[in-house]
Design a protein around this ligand. Sequence first.
Ligand SMILES: Nc1ncnc2c1ncn2[C@@H]1O[C@H](COP(=O)(O)OP(=O)(O)OP(=O)(O)O)[C@@H](O)[C@H]1O
Length: 598
Amino acid sequence: MYKFLIRNKAQATMNYNLNKLSGQTEKTSNLAALKKLLQLIAHERPTLLLATLIILLNASLNLFGPLIIGRTIDHYVIPKQYSGVFFWSTVLLCMYLIGLATSYLQTKLMGGVGQRMLFTLRNAIFNKLQLLPVDFFNQNKAGDLISRVNNDTDKLNQFFSQSLVQFIGSIATMTGAGVFLLLIHIQLGLAAMAPMGLILIFTMLVSPWVKRTNAKSLKSVGSMSAEIQESLNNFKVIIAFNRRDYFRKRFDIANQENYRSAIGAGLANNIFLPVYSLGASMAQLIVLVYGVYLIGNDFSVGLLIAYLSYVTLFYNPLRQLAALWANFQTAMAAWDRISQILGLDSNLTNIEDDHAGDDETLLEFKNVHFGYAQGHEILHNVSFKMERGKTYALVGPTGGGKTTTASLIARLYDPNRGEVLLNGKDIRSYDAIERSKKVGFILQEPFLFTGTVRDNILYGNETYKDYSNDQLQQVIHDANLSALLAIFEKGLDTPVTSGGDSISLGQKQLIAFMRAVLRNPELLILDEATANIDTITEKLLGDILNKLPDTTTRVIIAHRLNTIENADEIYFVNSGEVTRAGSLDDAMDRLLKGKRVS
Ligand SMILES: Nc1ncnc2c1ncn2[C@@H]1O[C@H](COP(=O)(O)OP(=O)(O)OP(=O)(O)O)[C@@H](O)[C@H]1O
């Protein structure tokens, strides 16, 4: 059904800037974050359960130790019954050996969970990144994203593979020791646990601050890697313009910020330990004084020794928990940064539209308004039609909006208002595969991937991907592209690096041209695609364009007006308007006279 209402729905430009998403880090509670995280690793439940059982077994073995020692002292050591001492010592040794085996097993199991979680999380983030729109990448720095995929996921892995085992083990030991303390002597037990209450209050008060400090530190790691990425990507410009000192200073500032926030996080993470240790020492003192007072009244020396061991067993894990709690806060801060990406949705959603277009019109802009996120409107109420098989030129001053118009045709962005129709249907109703088959886009700065010319011209092309080089050469010949391929010394096997330094910018444009033509699109957009190509090769490209199937519509954006002299129609793009220019002379006239406003 033709969904008129949806079709006219305004598209809001979205804020995708991860560092400016409104206060998410503070709002997420640890429990909610942990719940979401556990959902992501739900398939690990059996392993987590097994590991937990092993951890509990280990903790129980530890817990019975002091009781056995206390009883042995009272019943066998003091009365000098050495056979009993030998028997219980052997029992203890066996318990310690089983403890060793369970420790090994739990570390192995949880190490596996951590690594698998790291793998799943990195995949989930990377897959999400593939789904997010161009706007997202415009608003975030690649270095910061890399830091989230690499560094932040690793913080979670560290917590899961190393800390979680100790975390559960410590809590189990503590709870067990607490139960023993209360069972043996309830008043003494309560007195021993009193400092624990103070520790809990302290923990609750300072934890949010510790998480915030860690979040700040992770953010500064992201900023620093963004800084490194920017200067490494643009090193030629930096050297050519002698801006090395400037970038050194910028890096120094980012590094200092990172250093300061890391020191802050270190301080915050270490704040628990001394307070927890003080609590433990106070408890030992209380038990010693109160316990000595109780000896004689239903309390023995052996029991007091066992009791002191239980106090140690109760408070020692607490000391470990101090460090683990800090790791947990770091992991939760990292998870917040990761879930910010996972929680984003593309604003380029698809809609239904089965409206049939007419035979002539391939593309239509209907009252299109568009502005980039956090910017002013670039296109104001633009309407035009492009017919099948014709060649259109978009001309206009720099910054006039030509690339923006082309980007809307290729659906890199959606209009804020109005519609872009392809074959009469809203462009939002095509899925990505269908759309990219129909619309070919040769960008101003084509990007090549490391590999060969063959890999790059077949990029995203399912039709020819399994063709042999000979078969492919025949296809290239049929598409009149052989003369272009001949420009590359080793033909299809010419190596290409992602930086593209092994080949010239013009050659890159030729590869991008072949890549787009071989996909046989219904609409081919060339955005300054011949700007770096010599006149003779440019003429060759012109011939190839003329020989494209009769139904292929071409949209050419060019500053060199000779490249568009054969266009059927010229559109003048400036000041947010796209208007018919009439003839080439008219376009030239408007270019010379027109004011440059966007
Ligand atoms: N990613 C972006 N975010 C914000 N504003 C942008 C973005 N890309 C372009 N603009 C702005 O949109 C306006 C139109 O730019 P556009 O690239 O469409 O012009 P153009 O006519 O293709 O220019 P040129 O001839 O230099 O390629 C300019 O004011 C530009 O600053």
